[in-house]
Design a binder for this molecule. Sequence first.
Ligand SMILES: Nc1ncnc2c1ncn2[C@@H]1O[C@H](COP(=O)(O)OP(=O)(O)OP(=O)(O)O)[C@@H](O)[C@H]1O
Length: 365
Amino acid sequence: MKKALIVSEIVKKIRGKEVLKSVTFEVEKGQLLVLLGPPGSGKTTLLKIIAGLEKQDSGSIYINGEKVDDKPPYERKVSMVFETLALYSNMTVYENIASPMIAEKKPREIIDKKVKEIASILRIEHLLDRRADKLSGGERQRVAIARALAKEAEIYLLDEPFSNLDAKIRYALRTEFKKLKTMLGKTLVLATSDPLDALALGDIVVFIEKGVIIQKTPPVELYYKPIRLDISRYVTGRILNEVVLKKKTEAGRTIITSELDVVISESVLRGLKDIPVENIILTSHPDNTMIEKSIENCDGLKIRGRFLGYEYRGSEFLVFAEYKNHLFKALKYEKPLEDFNEPVDVCIKREGLNFYDHETGSLVR
Ligand SMILES: Nc1ncnc2c1ncn2[C@@H]1O[C@H](COP(=O)(O)OP(=O)(O)OP(=O)(O)O)[C@@H](O)[C@H]1O
């Protein structure tokens, strides 16, 4: 089957600076690919090149198997939502959503059905008669997404569609967007700097940094096994657990030291012996970490710390412990005890451990 989109070795310079450095990836039909990267990594430039709004210096774009490098935007069968949402302010929401289909000369009944269907999923039905300049930020965002998805296209490009919204609206819109995506079965490329968008929505995630693709992976793998420590920190935020270890071999024996008084289980020690680096950072997520009054059998890393407190996160608790200015976090489903400052055991379980080279930040295992 033909790929819906192929981005092949795209290079782009802006004012002498290479902002895209041979970017290559493919998107399957019906897939939602999230282009995730920090601000300035080249996401918008790449989407504009795919849409035909900017010209690459070299490389090619294929849509549905066809090379489109010489085609103008309106012949590329691409629909794009920009970060700066340009709605027709003197038209109603209904007219805004319908406008691309009117331009496509679709029959009235079909337009009406489609507008109502999309509006219902995005929960903007009650706004259909309102003028676009009388909308809140969150509403504008919904209308812009609805309009872009109502247009007939092979590929839908969305640039930061949930930006500038508060966390609650963002969460709701993400959920609706996911439903819409499943119902419509369209091929989408969504650019974002928010890892939560990538984890929640992506069938596949491409991580881009300074115009270079660093990793292409399903979201679960991006979360649990990123190929670089900085990506892990970026995607996980402040909840990643980290322990630095030093490895020395003396008279054929491997000695592991740490500035933390950490007890390492036999199984982890065996793993550490084979690792070809001396300074190692072990990381793990709170869902693979336990913080309890006392933990007898810890298959992983055990640290005696001090209970700091917890945060309620809707369906679970994020529990904090501290040892020598290092903060450890664990997920717990029952309400923790409230004996703050009391000693606790932290167990970072073996299953979730990743080993990174302290010098290069690359994943070793
Ligand atoms: N017109 C321009 N003039 C000069 N530099 C530009 C221009 N457009 C983009 N750039 C530079 O190109 C790089 C990539 O920008 P781009 O907007 O594609 O990144 P981005 O990942 O979409 O970032 P953001 O999320 O902030 O929009 C940045 O370093 C930016 O400063």
